[in-house]
Design a protein around this ligand. Sequence first.
Ligand code: NIG
Ligand code: FE
Length: 401
Amino acid sequence: MLVKGNLLTFRQGSGAATAFTEIRSMEVVDGFIEWIGESKNAPTADNVVDFGNRLITPGLIDAHAHPVFGGNRVTEYEKRSQGATYQQIAAEGGGILSTMWATRAASEDELVATGKKRLNWMLANGTTTLEAKSGYGLSLDDELKMLRAIRRLGQETPMDVIPTFLGAHAIPPEFDRDRSGYAALICNEILPRVAEQGLAEYADAFCEDGYFDCPTTDRILTKAKSLGLKLRMHADQLTRCGASQLAADLGAKTADHLEQTDLEGIRALKDANVQPVLLPASVYALGLHHYPNARAMIDEGLSVVLATDFNPGSSPTASLPFVMSLACTQMKMTPEEALIACTLHAATSLDRAQDRGSLEVGKRADFVVWDCQDFREIPYWIGAPIVEKVFIEAREVFSRA
Ligand code: NIG
Ligand code: FE
């Protein structure tokens, strides 16, 4: 199949990658890009799909999401609209624990069914690869149930789903604030089963005073690493407790959130080659104003990633274009930096840059056709349905019409 359009490619110079739309066609064979270049040099093909002047980008990659859960938190959303804070609601037994109850009550099939609906929202916003975390089961059986549901979402939808174990998300009520008892359950019972059954590629922890402090996070993630899992980490979201330095010390692939990270923390990430994953929609949806310091991270030479953090509490959005918009208006990233953060840099953060994240020969034909010509329009038209078609491995999986 020969695909024609306004194809966006990246050029890797001495510094950061830059975006260009000067390429006009690509040849796709068996789901992979076999040739890309000027139309006049294109190989002859029986099947030509011409999108005219429409922009074609790589499929978007959402590198941080919690898409599997029971129920929703719309009542808390209403309370926050009246001034209650995320922490106040959590202290009253709401927050992550209220989603835990609803997730424990749901069957695996129910979790898959609601998950599919949410993955469809994501597809309609241009996402083709998704990282998905457990963390609302918080017991052996319920965490395994969540991870099986995540695996099935990868098998039963067109989306490629990369699983992350987040047992260290909150302390379940059975442990009544016995953090170390719950950490022992994770290390001795849950993690070995997760690893044995190959249910997760990454492990993550919510490193935050009141959830998992640095020593407990260290204990859990060190165990995960010894079992062959790679690491990601929720760090410095609500308070600064040394989480960035810990992510660096542990050799985590990413440190995520980073709203409270200072320059020292940013430099620690850079020295240890940990990629920042920024989640501005969670700042926005919690009604907060303190966005992470993306400019300082870029200035230090870090390859910043943007992700939705899709979850029922702090970030109920499935839209990476909306996240890109927040990145431009609230964090002063350029549209180009924002797009690279949701494609090439996101792929790198998931160890997938060898086969996706840019339109290049040898990579998967995962791409989005947009109802616009210029990539700056993606964050600019806030909330408009400008995704026209989505292809995964050259197969059309979404069409707006
Ligand atoms: O990334 N910070 C911890 N986890 C989620 C929130 C989860 C929830 O509130 O259900 C986050 O923001
Ligand atoms: Fe999160």
